[in-house]
Design a protein around this ligand. Sequence first.
Ligand SMILES: Nc1nc2c(c(=O)[nH]1)N[C@H]1C(S)=C(S)[C@@H](COP(=O)(O)OP(=O)(O)OC[C@H]3O[C@@H](n4cnc5c(=O)[nH]c(N)nc54)[C@H](O)[C@@H]3O)O[C@H]1N2
Ligand SMILES: Nc1nc2c(c(=O)[nH]1)N[C@H]1C(S)=C(S)[C@@H](COP(=O)(O)OP(=O)(O)OC[C@H]3O[C@@H](n4cnc5c(=O)[nH]c(N)nc54)[C@H](O)[C@@H]3O)O[C@H]1N2
Ligand SMILES: [Mo]
Length: 757
Amino acid sequence: MNDSCQGMVEKVLRNPLSRRKFLKTLALSGAMAMVPGSLLQAATAGKDISYEDAFEIFRNACPRNCYDTCSIKTFVKDGVIQFIEGASESTFTDGGLCVKGFSYPRRVYSPDRIKYPMMQVGRGSGNWKRLSWDEAIDRIAEKILEINEKDGNLLGLALDKYSGNFGITHYGVEGMMSSLGYTTRFVGTPCWPAGIDAQNFDMGEMWCNDPEDMVESKYIIVWGANPAWCSVHSMKYIFEAKKRGAKIVVIDPVMTQTAAKADMYLQVDTATDGALALGMARHLLDQGMIDREFVNNHSLGFEEFSQYLKKNVTVTWAAKETGIPAQVIKQIAEEFAQADPATIWIGYGMQRHVNGGAMVRAIDALVAMTGNVGKVGGGARYGHLRTWGFNYNAMVNAAPEGAVGMMDGAAIKGDFHFIGEGNAKFTDRPLNMNQLGREILQTQDPKIRMLWLACRNPFSQDPDTALLKKAFDTLEMVVVVDQFFTKSVEQADIVLPHTTLFEENTVNVGYWHYWLSLNEQAIKPMYESRSDVQIAAMLSKRMNERQPGSCTFPTELDTRKWMEKEFNKGIYDLFGLNSWKDLRNGPAKAKLVSSAAWHDFKFKTPSGKYEFKSELAAQNGHKALPEFKQKRAATGPLRLLTPHSKFSLHSQFQNLDFMEDFNPEPIVYLHPTTAKTRDIEEGVQVRVFNQRGQVELMARLTDNVPPDVLLMYEAWFKNSDFNVQNLLDDESADMGSFKTGAPGIATHDQFANIQKA
Ligand SMILES: Nc1nc2c(c(=O)[nH]1)N[C@H]1C(S)=C(S)[C@@H](COP(=O)(O)OP(=O)(O)OC[C@H]3O[C@@H](n4cnc5c(=O)[nH]c(N)nc54)[C@H](O)[C@@H]3O)O[C@H]1N2
Ligand SMILES: Nc1nc2c(c(=O)[nH]1)N[C@H]1C(S)=C(S)[C@@H](COP(=O)(O)OP(=O)(O)OC[C@H]3O[C@@H](n4cnc5c(=O)[nH]c(N)nc54)[C@H](O)[C@@H]3O)O[C@H]1N2
Ligand SMILES: [Mo]
């Protein structure tokens, strides 16, 4: 920003009204991330207004399932949120939020919020009647007791919860279920499980470098990720690395906003990335461009991997598979191997395929054989859970005396489930979250009678809407805890109003950066909303009133006390805190020994080394080596990609008035040649369809997408029937079961056709 621009900004920022308007404009234009937090601070600090005096300031955190998990500063006057900003104390958030983050006040004060507990007379009818909390909870308690009475256990009660809010205390929902008895749990994750397993096989754990150390990289490949939209705060590190001379390469079938900022963009054929990585590996082997020191001392099975490459892989073959010219494959392989350090950001979008886990393993191998694992500025970056060592006291609840469950012991595996301790004899019943409809329809003895949805919106986020609807029709009661009348709420009997992040206390960490943020209650709960743990306490109270001893969850609960109880010595030591109260001064960063994951080369694999050859992978039904795995055979003429939008986080945010202004309607993007063969012109209404269903929306022609691809972004437009899930099936990804208890989902291995509406 130049001086005169800076002066103008300062002037605008001095007036609170124009300041807010300015921030709003910036936020909505997506330019906010470009304004340094320090400038916003400098513009007001010690000048005409000091916001410390004018407002009560609270610490908050964005609890959405997002790389960035932003630290927020909230400015309140007379009990009303006036505006929010990114916390400047976090070098990651760096004083800025994303376009969605800046819309939060519109979310809190949206007239569309669910205000009271309500009951729908006839699912899908829209005939909602207000209930008191007492009536709502009583109906729910009655149904739970009825199920126990009928079946002799509570396996007919199922929980489906995922990532609506990752605040640590929200694991109280799982605790609530455990405290009722043994129930059915939808396990796994629709998000990143194939890659998690892949990294566990290769390195023994998913662990990534601090994203802030990307500034040290000399070569960055962003492989199947779109941080310009999905992790806006990471872009400053990529830009800084570029400024210091790094080359940025983006590999994606779609020419994304991230690709537009790169030095080089490779439009790879979808789901052929494994071939590309292996082709690069073969070329490096031929050229002798291998880090022998790493391979010899810290890895296992490189010889077998080399043999595999020599026998099965050529650059010519890789070029044919991927659509990337052989010369380019050789060039980026050599550049990657020569740069020191070089890193690959392995995107979650890339692994949502039937061969997604295998592709991640091939890419990991490329990073490892060039000696970039364990290096500052290097790394096969995917994600981490190293800062998640809380107490999870809200979920540690024993089942009531005499509760009965599944007999086959330890049925739920993986690190990602928060389930009751159990009692040696019984466990919960795990089902695959990614096949919700199918599982509800198939499960018997006992059948699923009642479903509890919290932090989860399957009718917007799960495949095959028609199948899901059929499954929900078999359920006797559906309870949804949410903030808005979502597509899933439309299919519920009872809806309970949930607070927004500003109305409760919790604590947040990320799975990408290493920051910890407090989330303080900044305003009173709006209307009659309550948080997930408060609802659990209300339910426990009523269960025990109706049948003493039927629920072990606490019956009274203060969200702040529960937040406090989450902290322990491990967390304090890791973040250098004396007390959680220190976080009132701002978020804290983990005191890392090194910014590099695996800096000590002590891998957590069975051999303690990086495993090019993994027996564990073989034991789990995969190839021991990171071999090529074929993509899914097409089930329709065009591939359908439905990745994440700039304006929404899954089903959240796009329903707010700000977003509707900026992104008023859904769009399908297709290549002009594909459009031409179907007589489709720019801007016309089209029908995208396949065996499962259809959607109608506007067509946009662009060569940013390849000719074989239809691209539309997942999102919930509240005034439209548009739903990408009408078109998806529930095909599984190759990996995920090992660490998350269920395979991932092949979200991007979907096919459809298109014609004029
Ligand atoms: N087609 C397609 N489908 C996809 C994907 C894709 O790329 N394409 N991506 C997949 C991925 S990566 C993910 S992570 C999943 C996400 O799937 P979900 O986790 O289901 O998605 P969200 O829309 O983020 O959140 C679900 C609901 O939680 C509610 N909520 C927010 N805060 C709270 C709270 O504090 N308490 C309660 N009880 N509810 C709350 C929100 O209002 C929202 O309705 O979707 C997957 N589905
Ligand atoms: N604005 C915004 N930010 C978000 C989210 C959001 O919904 N909106 N969601 C959050 C969540 S839960 C997640 S999981 C992350 C997701 O973050 P990302 O992984 O960055 O995002 P996605 O949109 O899922 O997919 C990224 C890219 O993968 C590409 N892709 C699909 N198939 C292939 C393939 O076969 N090969 C290659 N090379 N690329 C492929 C898509 O074209 C897309 O551009 O973002 C988080 N941040
Ligand atoms: Mo996700």
